[in-house]
Design a protein around this ligand. Structure first.
Ligand code: SF4
Length: 73
């Protein structure tokens, strides 16, 4: 699985970071940093929870076969 972030939607509140700190980090300027794009099976459950919890629906999970490039502003 891979993850992508719509930086136009992300508000940097960090709910994703609290649920999956190995994958997401909000830096000092409030910008979301994706620490990794490809996920292990162990990380997937936490990331799925983060995707579901994101209030702005900025996160998307993709299967590796159909993954588009990560959207950047
Ligand atoms: S939970 Fe959503 S809006 Fe908040 S920092 Fe993560 S991606 Fe951005």
């Amino acid at each position: 699985m891979k993850i992508s972030v719509d930086y136009e939607k992300c508000t940097g509140l960090g709910i994703c970071e609290s649920l999956a700190p190995d994958v997401f980090e909000v830096d000092d300027s409030g910008a979301l940093v994706l620490l990794k794009e490809s996920l292990s099976d162990e990380e997937r459950e936490a990331v799925e929870a983060a995707v579901a919890a994101c209030p702005t629906e900025a996160l998307r999970l993709h299967s590796v076969v159909t993954t588009p490039s990560v959207a950047r502003p």
